[in-house]
Design a protein around this ligand. Structure first.
Ligand code: KIV
Ligand code: ZN
Length: 388
């Protein structure tokens, strides 16, 4: 079955790094960029070169070492930003300038004190200018999620004429519902002349917890690039999580959409970014959280022990996790206790298991999680003769 490619644009080092307290130095960024390249992302947004000399240097160094991915630098629709980004990217094998401007009425009025016409002009000028430095120019219509569709289509049409190769449609404030965001993509596909010359890109924020759903809705409706970050880090509630969109597309083959990501590196990459940024991953985070493949209730454990697929839709090895885990708590059943006891060398008969289970429950009511040490102790205290 042939599948359409969805490009993965990773912005961990730009939008992700905007998280307070997560700033990285150039060395750390280089290690992450190398890993992203190995992971198979198509574009690495390395930074916002005009924002500081340190960020300029990081983009410059990343551009030198990345072998496969396009390396991208962010700019405003400002000439100086574009010149500095072009300079920072000059060693990149595949450079991209990502320029843009706010297009919602709220941004036009309050941020720029301007008009739709003038903003359109600035957008076109920025793309045209960026095009004098690099072939690959991505345009972002900031706050596209709240931008009037007709005006957005006009902006897209004009920046394509000016040479934009990718159109980024950010839901900057994480406001859209999936249906609405998908409909926006569909509207642009149907109403922007020349749209086939450019790739539509999803850039969704997670203020309402909808970033992943919106991105998926975007690609179902014709976008072919998703902008995302490892662990979903980013401004406020974060960006779309890379590992989530990659696995959603993979687990739903009938969508006929695929990314080139080596999913087996997802877990390690998540750990690496979390450690370098000092930003823990919530245990219940989809795909990479420590509980993502842990089962603790008796009913689920019984099912998983009999057949993993009863309660798991992803083989953990597919994302680089060795195996699922059976966690013992006061909610666990006999099957889980027998399984864990067997793992540490005890073959329990049914009668022995009944006795041990009573001891186990009393112990588990006092302790959040029962570890292997506890199992040894429970069996010892039960004082029955068990082969181990
Ligand atoms: O969220 C956003 O709109 C952005 C743009 C600068 C691309 O991050
Ligand atoms: Zn953003």
């Amino acid at each position: 079955m042939s599948k359409d490619k969805v490009y993965i644009f990773d912005t961990t080092l730009r939008d992700g790094e905007q998280v307070p307290g997560c700033k990285l130095d150039t060395e750390q960024k280089l290690v992450i960029a190398e890993r992203l390249d190995t992971l198979g992302v198509d574009v690495i947004e390395a930074g916002f070169p005009i924002s500081s000399p340190g960020d300029f240097n990081s983009v410059n160094e990343i551009a030198k070492i990345v072998k496969n991915a396009t390396v991208c630098g962010l700019t405003r629709s400002v000439k100086k930003d574009i010149e500095v980004a072009a300079e920072a990217l000059k060693y990149a094998r595949k450079p991209r300038i990502h320029t843009g401007i706010g297009t919602s009425d709220s941004h036009i009025k309050y941020k720029f004190n301007s008009t739709r016409e003038k903003i359109l002009e600035r957008a076109v000028d920025a793309v045209r200018y960026a095009k004098t430095f690099v072939e690959d120019v991505e345009f972002y219509a900031e706050d596209a999620g709240r931008t009037d569709n007709e005006y957005l289509a006009k902006v897209c049409e004009e920046v394509i004429k000016a040479g934009a190769t990718v159109l980024n449609i950010p839901d900057t404030t994480g406001y859209c519902l999936p249906e609405e965001y998908g409909a926006k993509m569909k509207y642009l596909r149907e109403n922007v002349s020349g749209i086939d010359k450019a790739i539509l890109s999803c850039h969704c924020h997670n203020d309402l917890g909808l970033a992943t759903a919106n991105s998926i809705s975007g690609v179902i409706n014709g976008a072919r690039q998703i902008e995302c970050t490892i662990n979903g880090i980013g401004e406020r509630a974060g960006n779309t999580s890379l590992e989530e969109v990659v696995m959603i597309l993979r687990q739903h083959p009938y969508l006929k959409l695929d990314t080139g990501i080596n999913s087996k590196l997802l877990y390690d990459t998540s750990l690496m970014v979390s450690e370098k940024m000092g930003m823990p991953v919530q245990p219940n985070k989809a795909i990479v959280g420590s509980n993502a493949f842990a089962h603790s209730s008796g009913i689920h454990q019984d099912g998983v022990i009999k057949k993993r697929e009863t309660y798991e839709i992803i083989d953990p090895r597919e994302v680089g996790v060795d195996h699922s885990s059976i966690v013992l708590t006061a909610r666990s059943g006999r099957a889980a206790l027998a399984y864990r006891a067997k793992n540490i060398g005890y073959e329990l008969t049914k009668v022995q298991l009944d006795v041990i289970y009573e001891h186990f429950l009393r112990f588990a009511d006092r302790k959040k999680e029962i570890v292997d040490e506890d199992i040894h102790q429970i069996i010892e205290n039960a004082n029955i003769n068990i082969e181990s």
